[in-house]
Design a protein around this ligand. Structure first.
Ligand SMILES: [Zn+2]
Length: 198
């Protein structure tokens, strides 16, 4: 059985990006719960790092577990006009790059999100992302910009993010099984666009 680690970025003690009433850590946990639900519905087992763990502790937690794929969910922050989804992989990791391309491509074609593309960690604000760097088969997704209410609305819609989570869960499961769906052909990922990070 496939096992996926689903981590919510930041922690119960560290909020991440804040914009008005929107607190990134709580948004991350909400989407994490939705993705876990959809993965479980597909028959995929999930491991959830506790919300109290720091990034360093989360990385150590993952190291102690057996899994096929790990994903950490974040929201971006930037100019009010900035919007879209982007996903990060370890530098020089074709497996992660392909998964990131598929995540962005499917969210773009099936949900209508702007794809900011699959990006190597070296194009992140810190040039290196611990979550994708330290353990194998780890990717990080920036679901939308907390600084753009419309962008957040596109993810959460009127279904609390269920469709978003369904697309993410299916993409991860397909990547594992090597399944190709037609929508993958339409993806616009791979473009490097160093936007602001959150
Ligand atoms: Zn974040």
């Amino acid at each position: 059985m496939m096992i996926v680690v689903v981590s919510a970025g930041h922690s119960s003690k560290e909020e991440g990006a804040i914009s008005g009433e929107l607190h990134e850590n709580l948004l991350n946990m909400h989407l994490r719960d939705q993705v876990v639900k959809q993965l479980n519905a597909l028959g995929v087992a999930t491991i959830i790092p506790p919300d109290t763990l720091s990034l360093r502790e989360t990385i150590a937690f993952i190291k102690r577990h057996t899994y096929d794929t790990a994903i950490e969910i974040h929201y971006n922050a930037g100019q009010v006009s900035a919007h879209g989804v982007e996903a990060f992989h370890k530098e020089g990791d074709p497996w992660g790059k392909r998964l990131c391309e598929n995540l962005c491509g499917n969210l773009s074609s099936l949900l209508g999100q702007r794809s900011r593309g699959a990006k190597s960690e070296i194009h992140s604000a810190h040039r290196r992302l611990g979550f994708v760097h330290e353990n194998p088969h780890c990717v990080l997704i920036e679901a939308a910009f907390v600084t753009n209410p419309e962008d957040v609305g596109l993810v959460l819609r009127d279904d609390d993010g269920k469709l978003w989570a369904t697309i993410v869960a299916q993409t991860i499961a397909d990547h594992h099984s090597g399944t190709k769906v037609a929508s993958y052909q339409a993806n616009k990922c791979g473009r490097v666009d160093p936007g602001s990070e959150g």
